[in-house]
Design a binder for this molecule. Structure first.
Ligand code: NDP
Length: 479
């Protein structure tokens, strides 16, 4: 597949004429080319968006709803193509792409299609006068997303931006370009006017940077690593752009003695190793109360060792490859670091050598460490792979202390049958999201985002619609 830019409703090469390789990480083989875009391509996309903005922002919500809803329907009609493209780009099991990611991309469009119909603004009356607030589209906005849940996260930004009446210039990761490219065709077929959504492919440091720097792009919605988020805010901040940053995490998972044991064991394994640990919401610091620590540890090791690692295309595969050779090396370096810091590797800790077509793929076994304190780098830095640590605690106060011993603050999970305790901890733990006796249970209306190094701003529901609009207050005196 030759992945091109989608500008003004057409697939085009980058102005530079350059391209680079797209690699399937499960096989290590090249599967296509990706155009290498830069500032000139951003300029073209901005011109297209400027032409499209007036009509799109003034379109009746009912018509905007119909187009966005149609995109959602077409995503599901093409779910097999999209799931295959996602798996070939990322090495994740096809079942994950088919059953979770592509349906979720469709539901993002469906959900925000209805938001276009229902979004309303406030009014405030005073004696003799009334204020009403307009919530107007910002104009042209930039949406930049990562490789771990490609179409799922891409659509999570684009759908509300479009629903609010903006034109969008969007960039997927260079490591997962294909479903974003296919989305262009789908939008065209759904009747999205040319120039409303422009999709640019290439390197973050080139085309991503050019999107952030362009003075006509008034807001940046970014999901990715904390360091990239810092770079983006250093550029966009002084330009007074609106910025939403969804960044990394080092999520605590707190397991109390009184948890529903079998459910907790199953879910902790899932929250540790789903998508090869490459979900920002995965737990990576597993805190277990002393009374069940040894039993839970042994059972979790057994669970990790029975996860079926395999060719992502095969039925029954639960665990595929990491995203790239570079990322595999980064995760392996963290495993070395954990050992140097005195960690005991309980299982995994090494590459998984595959046979057949995956023999050159970037596979790593699910890995569990213990014996590392909260202050060590392994417990402080985001690894973003299938590597977790176990820490033992005695009291609720100690659990809170360990859970909060992080510069990040994205999501926490609590596992207990004591509801009073669960509520106490939920208010004490410094994260944007707390799940109690569940994980990844998502209602798209709820605010989504983190605190501290995990980001600034919230996505989801009305939060996203507010981010992608400017409030303008109008005051009328009538006495
Ligand atoms: P990166 O920060 O490397 O990249 C994210 C996106 O930004 C990619 O499209 C990337 O392009 C682009 N980019 C890179 N450099 C720049 C730049 N200077 N200017 C503009 N854009 C740039 O993150 P990863 O793709 O490696 O994703 C993993 C990270 O994302 C993890 O830290 C994870 O926790 C976080 N994440 C957070 C989520 C949340 O909701 N909080 C959800 C999912 C992931 P390219 O790939 O081409 O370099």
């Amino acid at each position: 597949m030759h992945v091109k830019n989608f500008i003004s409703g057409h697939y085009v090469d980058a102005v530079s004429g350059k391209y680079f390789d797209n690699i399937n990480p499960a096989t290590g083989q090249k599967i296509g080319n990706i155009v290498r875009s830069g500032p000139e391509d951003v300029e073209e996309a901005v011109k297209a968006a400027q032409i499209a903005f007036r009509d799109w922002s003034q379109m009746k919500p009912e018509n905007r709803f119909k187009i966005l809803h149609k995109i959602s329907v077409l995503i599901m009609e093409r779910d097999e193509d999209l799931a295959l493209a996602e798996t070939q780009d990322t090495g994740k099991p096809l079942s994950l792409s088919s059953n979770i990611e592509i349906p979720r991309a469709a539901s993002n469009f469906r959900f925000f299609a209805t938001a276009a119909l229902q979004f309303a603004s406030e009014s405030h009356s005073m004696p003799g006068s009334i204020n009403y607030t307009l919530r107007q589209a910002i104009g042209i906005v930039g949406c930049i997303s990562p490789w771990n849940l490609p179409l799922y996260l891409f659509s999570w930004k684009i759908a509300p931006a479009l629903a609010a009446g903006n034109c969008v210039i969007a960039k997927p990761s260079e490591l997962s370009p294909s479903t974003a490219a296919l989305l262009g065709e789908i939008c065209k077929e759904a009747g999205l006017p040319d120039g409303v959504l422009n999709i640019l492919q290439g390197y973050g440091s080139e085309v991503g940077d050019a999107i952030v720097r362009h003075s006509s792009i008034k807001a940046i919605s970014f999901t990715g690593g904390t360091n990239t988020g810092k770079t983006i805010s250093q550029i966009a901040g002084p330009m007074f752009k609106k910025i939403s940053l969804e960044l990394g995490g080092k999520n605590p998972c707190v397991v109390f003695d009184d948890c529903d044991y079998q459910k907790t064991l199953r879910e902790v394994s899932r929250l540790s190793f789903s998508n090869q640990g490459q979900i920002c919401l995965c737990g990576s610091r597993i805190l277990v109360q002393a009374g069940i620590y040894d039993r839970f540890k042994n059972d979790l090791i057994q669970k990790a060792e029975t996860i079926k690692i395999g060719d992502p295309m095969e039925d029954g595969t639960q665990f595929g490859s990491l995203i790239s050779e570079d990322h595999l090396n980064k995760v392996m370096n963290f495993i070395d670091l954990a050992k140097k810091e005195g960690g005991i590797c309980l299982t995994g800790g090494e590459r998984k050598q595959m046979d057949g077509r995956c023999k050159n793929g970037y596979f790593l076994k699910p890995t569990i460490f213990e014996g590392l304190g909260p202050e060590c780098r392994t417990n402080m830095e985001e690894i973003f792979g299938p590597v977790i640590t176990l820490q033992k605690f005695e009291t609720e106060a100690e659990a809170i202390h360990l859970a909060n011993a992080s510069d990040y603050g994205l999501a926490a999970t609590l596992w207990t049958q004591d509801l009073s305790r669960a509520h106490r901890l939920a208010s004490e733990i410094n994260t944007g999201i707390v799940w109690i006796n569940c994980w990844l249970n998502r209602d798209l209306r709820t605010p989504f985002g983190g605190v501290n190094q995990s980001g600034v701003g919230r996505e989801g529901g009305w939060e996203a619609m507010r981010f992608f609009t400017e409030a303008k207050n109008v005051c009328i005196q009538f006495d």
